[in-house]
Design a protein around this ligand. Structure first.
Ligand code: MEV
Length: 417
């Protein structure tokens, strides 16, 4: 099995890193060319995607190393503008790998579509809908030959009543197995497709027919054990537990704690072309599922003193459709991951979220996060002052020692060197 631990990966230059990634993932010459040329989407593609296009914007793409998930090693592409995140994920993955890595499980890709019916006698409307379930499912599935062909598609119809200031409403929900797609389009198409039948059955008026982004039937969950010695000893483990308790019991802290998780989640989601707004919206709603906003992770100390982390959150992602089919770099990122299904991708993203949380808690419970941030910040500053890789360490070290991280000082040190 290819090993995701690549010694001194961070010290290599772009060319060497690409070479390592290419050999790990078996990238083609064409893929390597795309990586080397930083191949974004063309203006034409951009223009077809959004209105009033005037260009495109690019972001840093880095690789998190050391990940072992369900017994398989991964190099994980992450797109993010914040420093320290990729290093933090790699570090946590290295610690987890000592105890076997991450064990993750994703639900089948069930999407929920909602059809809002008003001006109805809810009770009798409900029973008409429920007794025509088969017909509704058949009609929904006629809207997607692709899903039907592979045995996926609409599987269930449920009804619920909600009371509102505008009176009672019937909400009909379709549960749709969208396979390897994120599934927003097909869900909306099916909801719109069955709306006339729902109106006929209920005698009511359908208003909204739309996917719910609260994808609670599409969760990813998992766990990893973090070796106490690797974490820095029992005292750090105890402090991490206290940090976790803070998040578990205070929404103000929990939001920041979960933001750290989303640093990892969204960076992989960006690299693989996901609808990140959908992932964020669902994650934060899920964090409030008990009625009180809390942590998306759970931490425990094992009998041997090791730290056991758990994560659970909705993960509505796809490996086909949308920008995934169009963006050259995103296509290469999928090849780097070698993902075969949306569920596998959900597992990877969940694992990175857990890793990110561990690293943030560990840094916060020990030296704080500014030291690490400062190192990378100093590198950014030095780079913009024209410092080349061979002199980078010297210049950044000196700026940090002097407590003067600025382009001006970087230029001065460069001259002195
Ligand atoms: C910074 O982007 C993320 C953290 O604030 C997360 C946390 O506090 O747990 C470090």
């Amino acid at each position: 099995m290819a090993d995701s631990s690549i010694p001194k990966f961070h010290e290599k230059n772009k060319e060497e890193r690409i070479k390592k990634v290419a050999s790990f993932s078996g990238l083609s010459k064409e893929d390597i060319k795309i990586l080397k040329n930083e191949g974004g989407i063309s203006f034409n593609d951009a223009n077809n995607m959004v209105e009033n296009a005037i260009g495109t914007v690019s972001f840093p793409l880095g690789i998190a190393t050391n990940f072992r998930i369900n017994g398989k090693d991964y190099l994980i592409p992450m797109v993010i503008e914040e420093s320290s995140v990729i290093a933090a994920a790699s570090k946590a993955a290295k610690i987890a790998k000592k105890q076997g890595g991450f064990t993750m499980k994703a639900d089948d890709s069930y999407s929920i579509g909602q059809i809002q019916v008003v001006d109805v006698k809810v009770k009798s409307a409900m029973s008409s809908v429920m007794s025509s379930k088969k017909e509704i499912i058949k009609l929904a599935n006629s809207k997607s030959k692709t899903l039907s062909k592979i045995g996926k598609g609409a599987k269930q119809v449920t009804c619920k009543k909600i009371n509102s200031d505008s009176g009672p409403m019937l909400i009909v929900e379709l549960l749709i197995d969208v396979g390897d797609a994120m599934g927003a389009n097909v869900t909306n198409t099916m909801c719109e497709g069955v709306a006339p039948l729902i109106e006929k059955l209920t005698g009511g008026q359908v208003i909204l027919k739309i996917l719910s982004n609260y994808s609670t039937k599409r969760l990813v969950r998992g766990t990893a054990i973090f070796d106490k010695e690797e974490l820095g000893g029992q005292e750090i483990v105890d402090k991490i537990m206290l940090a976790y308790q803070f998040a578990a019991n205070d929404p103000y802290r929990a939001v920041t704690h979960n933001k750290g998780i989303m640093n990892g989640v969204i960076a992989v989601a960006n690299a693989t072309g996901q609808d990140t707004r959908a992932i964020e919206a669902a994650a934060h709603a899920y964090a409030s599922k008990t009625g009180k906003y809390s942590s998306l992770t759970e931490w425990k100390k094992g009998k041997d003193g090791n730290l056991i982390g758990k994560i659970e959150l909705p993960m509505s992602v796809g490996i086909v459709g949308g920008i995934v089919n169009v963006h050259p770099m995103i296509k290469v990122c999928a090849k780097i991951l070698k993902v075969k299904s949306a569920k596998e991708l959900a597992c990877i993203i969940g694992a990175v979220g857990l890793a990110q949380n561990l690293s943030a808690l560990r840094a916060l419970a020990s030296e704080g996060i500014q030291k690490g941030h400062m190192r990378l910040h100093a590198r950014n500053i030095a780079a913009s002052a024209g410092v080349t890789l061979d002199k980078m360490n010297k210049v950044t070290r000196q700026m940090i020692q002097e407590g003067n991280v600025s382009v001006h000082r970087a230029k001065e040190i460069l001259k002195e060197l």
